[in-house]
Design a protein around this ligand. Structure first.
Ligand SMILES: Cc1cc2nc3c(=O)[nH]c(=O)nc-3n(C[C@H](O)[C@H](O)[C@H](O)COP(=O)(O)OP(=O)(O)OC[C@H]3O[C@@H](n4cnc5c(N)ncnc54)[C@H](O)[C@@H]3O)c2cc1C
Length: 394
């Protein structure tokens, strides 16, 4: 370590207080200790682990939170609570909704995406926890007897709706309610297509065993209550419909964006055509919006910033390896897809990585695990899990 006077260290401003932002701060703390001054800017004072929202209707009310000011203090950084309204890349400042502009030498945008309902006549999963919880109660008490879980066209991270369907099945069958029909409707050719053939076949088996009817390869629409238009004139009549949302990009004023508002980045996370600006996570044009991939992007960005700041690390590009821990209500299923078109597809009921958290981050998972914020399955299975790649020499 070669700590410099604070004024000599480049000012790194991280916009966002979510998964990518936390992973980035942890990575910089490890890869460039004492070499950068890090400020995190976010409108909310706490980080909330959203992926556990899936399980929340079933566990009824558990929340996992982290105080961001405390987190930044612990990592030699500073937290500023406000929203960023734009970037002046010429002057190297960000504009904030309250207070003065924030100057930066290096900017990392990790503001995530905005979810909006895919259809006007369905519940939107992820934004209406109470309604999803109410749906379970209705099924258990016999007020509703049929549900369709729908993946809209354009949604790339579909695992949460499979979890919801499987856990709903487990819940209602476990309550001895047997006259319920559950459907899963998706444009994917096979279940969880992003994970490849092996994982898809394993999840298809789980759906059959859970009594869930799969409608794959369907570009569904929901234009009236209780009806899912399956295309080709086919129509599914159900009492309740739950759909995943569509994600829109953040359209950050002063930075480039694609037609959907996402930030274009190269394979190191550098925002195309803008000096000193990087981006990671759901805010970028990376097609699959997933927490583990957001962490891998943040790690790539951190190696570049640390390398420029004189840390003992070389810039490493983003190499996507997809990892998913599927909650089924009766044991978890671990799914993994290696990088590239031909990446190996795996499914196992034992952990394929460690710690086997739902959001797999090289730094974030162990950090959250140490604070009791990750709910792990059996610890003995560590032997079977893969070893993570080191980002810096040992
Ligand atoms: C129900 C559900 C289940 C999921 N399950 C999984 C899972 O099992 N595994 C997995 O890996 N992923 C899962 N995901 C996806 C995962 O949550 C996202 O991919 C991940 O959160 C993206 O991280 P991010 O840091 O890019 O964005 P986010 O985590 O959304 O964080 C964005 C941050 O930016 C802040 N922000 C927004 N606007 C501004 C602004 N103008 N100025 C400053 N700050 C701003 C926000 O307050 C927030 O702190 C799930 C998502 C949902 C909705």
């Amino acid at each position: 370590m070669d700590p410099r006077a604070a004024s000599d260290r480049p000012a790194v401003v991280v916009v966002g207080g979510g998964i990518a932002a936390l992973e980035l701060v942890l990575a910089l703390h490890d890869l460039a200790p004492g070499r950068v001054r890090v400020t995190m800017i976010a409108p909310e004072p706490e980080f909330v682990l959203r992926p556990l929202d899936v399980a929340r209707p079933f566990t009824r009310g558990h929340a996992d939170r982290l105080d961001l000011a405390g987190f930044m203090g612990e990592h030699d950084g500073r937290f500023r609570r406000t929203a960023v309204t734009g970037v002046d890349a010429e002057r190297r400042t960000v504009r904030c909704s309250t207070g003065a502009d924030e100057p930066y030498d290096v900017l990392v945008v990790a503001v995530g995406a905005t979810a909006r309902p895919a259809f006007g006549h369905s519940l939107t999963f992820g934004s209406d926890l109470l309604a999803v919880g109410g749906l379970l109660a209705d099924l258990e008490e016999g007020y509703s007897q049929s549900v369709a879980f729908v993946v809209p066209v354009g949604c790339t991270w579909t695992l949460p709706v499979y979890e919801l369907a499987l856990m709903t099945a487990q819940d209602v069958w476990g309550m001895d309610v047997h006259d319920v029909q559950l459907h899963l409707v998706t444009p994917e050719r096979v279940p969880l297509e992003a994970f490849g053939e092996e994982a898809g076949a394993a999840v298809a088996e789980l759906l059959v065993a859970a009594g869930i009817t799969l409608h794959a390869g369907v570009r569904a629409d929901v234009t009236r209550n209780n009806h899912v238009d399956l295309g080709d004139g086919r129509d599914l009549h159900v009492e309740r419909i739950v759909a995943l949302p569509i994600l829109d990009g953040p359209r950050v004023a002063g930075l480039p964006s694609d037609a959907q508002g996402f930030l274009p980045v190269d394979r190191f996370g550098s925002v195309v055509g803008v000096d000193g600006v990087w981006a990671a996570g759901d805010a970028t044009t990376n097609p699959v919006k997933q927490g583990g991939l957001a962490c891998l992007q943040a790690d790539a960005v951190a190696t570049c910033i640390a390398s420029h700041a004189g840390g003992h690390v070389s810039p490493m590009p983003y190499v996507p390896e997809l990892r998913g821990r599927l909650l089924t209500g009766h044991g978890d299923r671990f799914l993994r897809r290696g990088p590239g078109e031909t990446g190996r597809s795996e499914a196992d009921d034992r952990p394929l990585w460690w710690p086997p958290s739902k959001v797999s981050g090289h730094y974030l998972s162990p950090y959250l695990e140490a604070r009791g914020l990750v709910h792990l399955p059996v610890r003995e299975d560590r032997r079977t899990a893969g070893i993570d790649v080191q980002l810096r020499p040992g």
